[in-house]
Design a binder for this molecule. Sequence first.
Ligand code: GLN
Length: 535
Amino acid sequence: MKFIFLTGGVVSSLGKGLTAASLGTLLESRGLKVALQKFDPYLNVDPGTMSPFQHGEVYVLDDGAETDLDLGHYERFTNSELTQFNNLTSGRVYQTVLEKERRGDYLGKTVQVIPHVTDEIKNRVHAVAEKSGADVIITEIGGTTGDIEGLPFLEAIREFALENGRGNTIFVHVTYVPFIKAAGELKTKPTQQSVAKLREIGILPDILVCRTEKPLNDELRQKISLFCNVPVEAVIEEIDVDHSIYEVPLMLQREKMDELVCEYLGIETPPADMSRWESVIDRIIKPKHKVKIGVIGKYIELQDAYKSVYEAVTHAGGANDCAVEVVRVDSEDIEKNGGLSHLEGLSGVLVPGGFGERGVEGKILAAKYARENGVPYLGLCLGMQIACIEFARNALGLEGAHSAEFDPKTPHPIIALLDEQQNVTELGGTMRLGAQPCRLAAGSKVAEIYGTDEVNERHRHRYEFNNAYREQFEAKDFAFSGTSPDGNLVELIELKDHPYFIATQAHPEFRSKPIQAHPLFAGFIKAAHEHANGQ
Ligand code: GLN
């Protein structure tokens, strides 16, 4: 088994996760089994309790683990099977170490960062290696080299390399080569310093991935090679992509990164066959048609808050040969200024998941607009709850209908807490989480779109549709077209007399891949395209 540790230098947001995932794509295309894993040095036990302002989206796995969004890249780019073991935070490490200490597992020893914390970190690499049976384990260390909180992780991977044989482990450092406008030059000093920082800790990077806006010329590559102690062919250029993040694996392949990784790790395989990946990217970046949809949210200004939703939309665009222009609409703007003018000209309305009352009324207005004007609507989690509240208020005349989450005293709690959630007081890891089965009603639109009668989608919510209202809804045009197998929980709804008004309590965006667009998203973009063309 071979191990690749990926660190980041100079600044955050370099796209380390994308680089790790792209390397995974290339190694898989060489016929290798790859497992990816992310270590996050912050003290939260998992990102589940963090606001999107802090951390972007919380990515949910099949087993219900609430993880870092980089795991989303891993799943979209590779077949790596991810579980709670594939994301580890300092908080979780300390929690485990302290539990062991309280149990007396350390037999009276002084409990210390080295070896107890570092051992725990190394155990996680071994755990993923064992569980996955992969040929190559790629472990990404979050944060930036030089952060105090990252030190135990770097120490742990240094020890790991020593213990597992140098030829079995390599270090890849993702660094930044800034272009200084006033000087008209790319600068290598931050990279030199970042590598020096790693060397202080005892880590000698084998490969440097240089994030840059401009191409690195030969002279610059030589300089980085000399000062950072790597062969010149191990200076990999990763320039900003023009069109799509899915081009990154192809770029790294052109730089021969996968070849080098295999050489350093002593792995013999045929070259990566990227033809399938190339054809998918072609459709994403050279589409024939164009369609404009609105994503109505309250974290609209944040790049990463709805990451998987935006990616799923891109995949669905590819599947329909359509460029999708996403108009990010702040739901509070719909409430405050100008109301529905924000929605005019859109061929589709998408309401993603969310928590808290802010912006909810704007989302309800958007759902009303889509329903009444025959504009395709896709609701995800909160987006389904919104669709139900809107229908209750405006089609069933249930005044003041709401979710108990936003108005605990509503006369019509269309969305309410399950009994089992009534007494939950802790926020971390206590929602209905992870993959849950759902039976689709025969003859429903969703059964046709999915092409099956049972699906399994990931969840992250506390509130549910209130069954006391089901009959009233069904008496109208509203269908509960997917439920939990026992019929108790509403999973999918649709309007019968509407081109595409579909919403789900789940988060299907977590299952979409560039090479396999999610049916609900693909159907939505198809409907939006037809709407735009007046069909
Ligand atoms: N806030 C809602 C709930 O907890 C929806 C959650 C979500 O959209 N992920 O049920």
